[in-house]
Design a protein around this ligand. Structure first.
Ligand SMILES: Cc1ncc(COP(=O)(O)O)c(C=O)c1O
Length: 349
């Protein structure tokens, strides 16, 4: 089953939408910042807030330049296409978004091969597996060009030591490096490292503003000027050049200023939910940053959650629940008591 489940028709009013942190809606203050945004034509490079978003985030992460794009998928695609030409190859983890959930865009649009490696327990890749995946120069082989890592991966904040070891292994064999940091700020929150420390090993980094940070739209690709110039050209080619995009950049700037520190709350709630589920003993539970996965034991019917107005997503066989800023104290308490009721009905059917 896809992890991207639509809200079921059987669901009544939604009390807690735990399918993803992408469901977060802009708060009143963010909407006000968007309404007041000073705008210009960003394709001409004249939108002041897009320019501010790109330069301030580049400064924060220690990169030369940045490009504001509509989505994380486009940001990763531009990153891969900026690094790789036709017949070249990206090496990434088999469960990573670039491999599994981006419709093979780099292959379809850029003639780029995607080589998937097993993902380790911590969400990282084994350095020796990276080294063995790099192909020697031979007319039969694709040209190995880019190592693409992901942090967080299924909520797991991949430790810096693991990241650095993988990057070192790839660089020693001539690979460039990209980070899919859709949840970059969840990763630094969990790892306790600085934004620059997490970004430093990578040539290019993609971060999303529209997940736990609560902006309605937008991601930013960051890296050296030459690659960002290529990415900007390809953004235009893909139809991603936006005009008065400052309305969206205003939301992104608001999110970066106001919503990073509070991610700790989502992580704490995820931890509390995981502890509650473990105490109910209804199946194995794993939790990392803002995500909780439950694999219900036979007799526990999670279909019943819909009746409580709770939406989850279902990457087989586990149920995924993502904590985010739109789950307030009352909604969270409701989720805990719904699970109490489901556990009490266990095997009753
Ligand atoms: C790890 C990861 N990378 C990239 C993306 C793509 O982001 P978008 O949905 O903005 O295209 C997602 C989306 O959830 C994601 O989870």
């Amino acid at each position: 089953m896809s992890q991207y489940s639509s809200l079921s028709n059987s669901l009544g009013p939604v009390v807690a939408d735990l399918r993803s942190d992408t469901v977060t809606k802009p708060c009143t203050a963010m909407r006000a910042a968007m309404a007041e945004a000073e705008v210009g034509d960003d394709v001409y490079g004249e939108d002041p807030l897009v320019n501010r978003l790109e330069s301030s985030l580049a400064e924060r992460l220690g990169k030369e330049a940045a490009v504001f794009v509509p989505s994380g998928t486009q940001s990763n695609l531009l990153g891969m296409l900026a690094h790789c030409g036709r017949g070249e190859e990206v090496i990434a983890g088999e469960s990573y978004h670039v491999i599994r959930y981006e419709a093979a865009g780099a292959s379809v649009l850029g003639g780029v091969a995607l080589q998937a490696l097993p993902v380790a327990q911590d969400g990282g890749l084994d350095p020796s597996a990276i080294a063995s995946a790099v192909k020697e120069e031979d007319i039969h082989h694709p040209i190995s060009r880019l190592l693409s890592l992901e942090n967080t991966n299924y909520g797991r904040a991949v430790p810096l030591a693991r990241i650095n070891a993988g990057v070192e292994a790839g660089r020693a064999l001539g690979l460039s490096t990209h980070l899919d940091g859709a949840r970059f700020f969840n990763a630094i929150t969990a790892l306790g490292c600085s934004e620059r420390e997490l970004a430093a090993p990578f040539d290019t980094v993609s971060v999303c503003l529209s997940k736990g940070l609560g902006a309605p739209v937008g991601s930013v690709l960051l890296g050296p000027v030459d690659l960002m110039t290529k990415a900007r050209r390809m953004r235009k080619m893909l139809g991603g050049g936006m005009r008065q995009a400052g309305i969206l950049a205003a939301a992104g700037l608001f999110a970066l200023e106001r919503n990073v520190a509070r991610l700790t709350e989502d992580h704490q709630r995820a931890d509390a939910l995981a502890a509650h589920l473990r105490a109910l003993d209804i199946g194995p539970v794993t939790q990392a940053t803002n995500m909780v996965f439950l694999t219900p034991v036979p007799g526990v019917d999670l279909g019943g959650l819909a009746a409580y107005g709770i939406a989850t997503s279902a990457p087989d066989p586990a149920c995924r629940m993502v904590l985010h800023r739109d789950i307030d104290e009352a909604a969270f308490a409701h989720v805990l008591s719904a699970f109490d009721a489901i556990a009490a009905q266990r095997g009753a059917a």
